[in-house]
Design a protein around this ligand. Structure first.
Ligand code: MN
Length: 204
């Protein structure tokens, strides 16, 4: 297999009470696995695709053969987005941001509370399935959303952090209350990892 499901970097229950064990198990073992399996299906038809990283595929979807382009967009996106998602969370995470991202948030949004408010409001409005993102664009932090599994990489933007607002990410615990999930999610954020991604975003 060209691509593999990365193991969850902590226990399924490690993000309780903010994200429940059952959701994490389904989300990682079933949903993320399905994206990887479907992406590998596209590589079976076009083995050259397996020589690239999933990120490289998403950055240049036009170079992907047309018969599998949508499969790669959706499932390559699903694979890359979820791999990031597990990494930018951690047990006993959250709290105030640290490092360079903390000062940049203050510069671009006024305060961490203002940033969270704008991020949550913007992401809550994403109609149907999708993601809320923080990216580095034109020398400043920018919040945007994408539908489905579309990655900011396909717009030439490196995701610094992103929150999954597909119902599979929260419905077992939060049902239709996406806004409650969005608020709770900040208690899981791994700011060290987000700082690494911010550093990469500024260099790329
Ligand atoms: Mn998901």
């Amino acid at each position: 297999m060209a691509f593999e499901l990365p193991p969850l970097p902590y226990d399924y229950a490690a993000l309780e009470p903010h994200i429940d064990e059952a959701t994490m198990k389904l989300h990682h073992d079933k949903h993320h696995q399905t994206y990887v399996t479907n992406l590998n299906g596209a590589v079976e038809k076009h083995p050259d695709l397996g020589k690239k990283t999933p990120e490289e595929l998403l950055k240049d979807l036009d170079s992907v053969p047309e018969d599998v382009r949508t499969v790669v967009r959706n499932n390559g996106g699903g694979h890359v987005n979820h791999t990031m998602f597990w990494q930018i969370m951690k047990p006993s995470g959250g709290g105030e941001p640290t490092g360079n991202i903390a000062s940049q948030i203050t510069t671009d949004f006024g305060s961490f509370d203002d940033f969270k408010k704008t991020f949550n409001e913007t992401t809550a409005k994403q109609f149907g399935a999708g993601w809320g993102w923080l990216v580095w664009k034109g020398g400043k932090l920018t919040i945007l959303t994408t539908p489905n599994q579309d990655s900011p990489l396909s717009q030439g933007l490196y995701p610094i952090l992103g929150n999954d607002v597909w119902e599979h990410a929260y419905y077992l615990k939060y049902q239709n209350k996406r806004i409650d999930y969005l608020a709770a999610w900040w208690n899981t954020v791994n700011w060290e990892e987000v700082n690494k991604r911010f550093d990469h975003a500024q260099k790329s």
